[in-house]
Design a protein around this ligand. Sequence first.
Ligand code: AHR
Length: 495
Amino acid sequence: MKNTTIHLHTAFDIGEVDPRLFGGFLEHMGRCVYEGVFEPESAHADEDGFRRDVLAALQRLAMPVIRYPGGNFASGYHWMDGVGPRESRPTVRDLAWQSIETNHFGTEEFLLLCRKLDWTPMLSANLGTGTPEEARDWVEYCNAPAGSRYADMRVEGGTPAPHAVPLWCLGNEMDGPWQLGHVPAEQYAIRAQQAAKMMKDVDRSIELVLCGSSTVALPSYMQWDRGVLEYVGGLVDYMSLHRYVDNRAGDTADFLAVTNAVDRQIEEMDAVCRFVQARRRSNKRAYLCFDEWNVWYKNMEMDGAGKHAPHLIEELYNLEDALVVAGFFNSFLRHADVVKIANIAQIVNVIAPIQTQGDQLLLQSIFHVFEMYSKRKRGRALRPVVQGPSYEAATNGRVHTIDTSAILDHDTLHVFATNRSLEAHAPVEIRLADRTITASLDCEIVTGDDPKAENSFENPNRIRAEAFHDTRLAEGAAHTRLPPMSTTAMTFALG
Ligand code: AHR
């Protein structure tokens, strides 16, 4: 393959990387909560019923923010069912996933977990079957000082100090006909505005996320976004967007080019936000919150059949999926000025980097890519200019064979590069025009010889991050040779 040059310059500055781009999502779905993070009967359970092995794996991902309790689940969830003494909480039927919800894990358990793992909590209010007032009451329960009804409920439960939950979603995927309580944009806008006003009246410091289009496939795409944002206007801080991608066509080259579609979705949503901001003659810009994203298509089992913690959408991830996860991160970093929060869906068992099976735990291929990026997330994103081979993908258009992003952290440079070629090594030169690369500090790679290779409980280390030594420095630039079907994170020292 011909040479690729990644041109960088410290003045090609996109903006500070918001660490919340490396967030996660914990939903009451399948075995994400129960048998995932929370399993008091497990041999691994700590004194609060959390699985130590799962928490240790999650700690490695260093997720700064976690969204909870859904997802579609949130639109039928009444938060009061999940607070107070555990023995008196009701067992209810969850209609989103046709499952039984015991409410043994609720607000306090989630917030305790957040403290244990240093997560910033992000709560999704129920604007499907719930009322704006119920959302307001939840803010009071979590964030108000003692001295009023819901705050005192928290205090009686043993938590005197407010939790100070800073981020709240105004519902979930309210544009989707599958959503409990789905309504047309005009009605959602009214509900969201009422909730937003009351929630901020309780706590002025909170930030709010408005439901934008959950998929580009719906006819209301962009129209919904414009309508709801115009109505709710300056009360919200972020617009939510979701994306699940697939390789149903069995075309790996096209699948790896899905970064074009993700870039485009971000740019389109940002365009609506800027349009509405201009129409409102406002200085307040709504940023993007990509609060669900992942690969998801192989396991579509979503019917819990009336069971508690059923096995739902337990997707197994392979090498090509891991490279696509890297592509999502590259897209987010290339748009670091616009995308401020992103939550991989989900964190355990349900379309997740971590799987449990009895007392065993498996790290999936995507876990290793997530960890590789997450540990390099501090700094300012630089705009890379790529010169080199490209190809025309069947549905996603033309892409460079090398997909890349970069973060400058003072005297350290992180360069992420994915070789999308299925068969050829790629010679790559990395140049930072106004600085000298003086040393290769820490480079890792995730690769393999089969795009469909995956980890399993029998063979757990087939896909993992390994040290990458194939970098050479010459005249202030770095030179490397990236194996086919690989994603690499390279950390360099700068002179
Ligand atoms: O993450 C699984 C589901 O996908 C979420 O509950 C929903 O918001 C989305 O459609």
